[in-house]
Design a binder for this molecule. Structure first.
Ligand code: PAN
Ligand code: ZN
Length: 193
């Protein structure tokens, strides 16, 4: 990890969105089996001997400490499982008071944002758009384009990530391809609290 007392710079752009970075995380279809709506479609792809990369995250993280900011760059590949576009797992922050900034770099996507009651909004992300994600909300990013979706995230290093709530309850909305275009629908499988 970088020392929080030392200045750093990283260059924006290129395949990894930031360079240099410290950590690379790779998420494949097999990591996301509990997340995509069409489990049968997921298993079909895996049975075919493929386990495609869904997204990668390149990070410059600090230890969890109030006042420090982490930077991460997410690259979501273009693609679908059944009719559902590739997306990130999505999460609430464990520390409920923490917010986050996303900045679009390449490609186009939709961020699904919802609170614990399931009140949901969706917002476009694309190059030169900055999105503020308020505290207490789950956020998932969906790549609805034909190229990779690349965006930068800046968030408190002590935010913590709660994946379990989203894994077990799902998101209130899903983004599907219909007639070659993305449409946002209520998720029939969403388990409201
Ligand atoms: C982002 C996300 C990143 C990957 O940096 O962590 O896009 O998504 P998941 O964490 O849901 O797999 C962020 O929101 N950090 O807080
Ligand atoms: Zn987050």
């Amino acid at each position: 990890l970088n020392s929080p007392l030392e200045l750093y710079t990283t260059e924006l752009g290129g395949k990894t969105g930031i360079s240099p970075y410290k950590i690379k995380v790779e998420r494949r279809l097999s990591d996301l089996l509990d997340y995509f709506s069409d489990r049968e479609a997921s298993e079909e792809i895996l049975r075919g001997g493929e386990d495609p990369i869904i997204y990668e995250v390149y990070e410059i993280p600090f230890e969890p400490l109030e006042g420090l900011l982490n930077v991460g760059c997410t690259v979501i590949y273009p693609g679908k499982v059944g009719d559902e576009y590739y997306f990130t797992k999505g999460h609430f922050h464990e520390k409920e008071s923490t917010s986050e900034i996303y900045i679009g770099m390449k490609g186009e996507g939709i961020i699904l944002i919802q609170d614990h009651e399931g009140k949901a909004v969706n917002i476009k992300i694309k190059p030169n758009v900055l999105v503020y994600i308020p505290p207490g909300t789950a956020h998932r990013t969906v790549n609805v384009g034909r190229e990779k979706l690349v965006f930068i995230a800046i968030y408190p290093s002590d935010a913590g990530h709660d994946y379990e709530t989203v894994r077990t309850k799902g998101f209130a909305r899903v983004v599907l391809e219909e007639d070659g275009k993305p449409i946002i629908k209520d998720n029939p499988r969403y388990k409201r609290e």
